[in-house]
Design a binder for this molecule. Structure first.
Ligand SMILES: O=P(O)(O)OC[C@H]1O[C@H](OP(=O)(O)OP(=O)(O)O)[C@H](O)[C@@H]1O
Length: 218
């Protein structure tokens, strides 16, 4: 994907296939506000059932403050993924050798976390955020889930791995979910952090790329 016109075209195609704006956001790896804006710009109509928008949503006609991060050149190639995971593991390594668990956030964080866990020689767990279960109604009433096919959390220190931070909602939810299970997140790492965070809920955040907007708010 090269420019915003490609994104608008992709959003139109996904809307034509019957996807909601939330699903289009997931597919294109942009915020829901941006997905909404792309769909509006394309002139298409997305399915009505959708995620609630957050504060700061773009109003119709105004352009959203978001950046699309396309990391598919890495994601499509296991060798490149391995190299990136090595770099991500290196950022976490300073937190000590006692950590023996890495949690990946589904879906995109799962494959990356697998390679990071291999690099760090830790166990592997996965967390599926509440948004993946959302259909309609209040998302606050839903919880995410830890897969039983992977390692358990209870009373263990761990790292958290995902591809991107956009608003930080997913990472914050994952930190809280791990703590609710009795675990202790020591650090998070992502490929790209669009918030430029140093920490979240008291947990250090590392990223290979910090995406920092220098544009003026209108
Ligand atoms: O900081 P936030 O605003 O919460 O957004 C970041 C999240 O959004 C993306 O997931 P997505 O919903 O696209 O799901 P996927 O990982 O299954 O593709 C990304 O993988 C993060 O988990």
């Amino acid at each position: 994907m090269k420019n915003v016109d490609d994104l608008i075209e992709s959003a139109a195609e996904l809307a034509a296939r019957g996807l909601s704006k939330g699903e289009i956001a997931d597919e294109l790896n942009v915020s829901r506000e941006t997905a909404s804006w792309l769909v509006e710009r394309s002139g298409a109509t997305a399915q009505p059932t959708d995620m609630p928008t957050r504060e700061g949503a773009a109003t119709p006609g105004s352009s959203p403050q978001d950046i699309h991060v396309d990391w598919s050149a890495v994601g499509r190639d296991s060798k490149r993924m391995g190299a990136i995971a090595e770099a991500m593991a290196d950022m976490l390594a300073k937190h000590g050798e006692g950590v023996d668990l890495t949690i990946g956030i589904e879906k995109a964080g799962g494959p990356i976390a697998t390679l990071v866990a291999r690099e760090l020689e830790t166990d592997l767990g996965t967390y599926t955020p509440a948004k993946h279960q959302w259909e309609e109604g209040d998302i606050e009433e839903l919880g995410g889930t830890f897969s039983r096919n992977f390692a358990g959390i209870r009373d263990r220190e761990c790292y958290i791995v995902d591809d991107t931070i956009t608003s930080g909602t997913t990472m914050r939810e994952t930190i809280e979910a791990i703590r609710a299970e009795g675990g202790e997140p020591l650090a998070c790492v992502v490929l790209a952090d669009k918030q430029g965070l140093e920490e979240l809920e008291g947990v250090p955040v590392y990223s290979l790329l910090q995406v920092i907007s220098v544009g003026k708010e209108e």
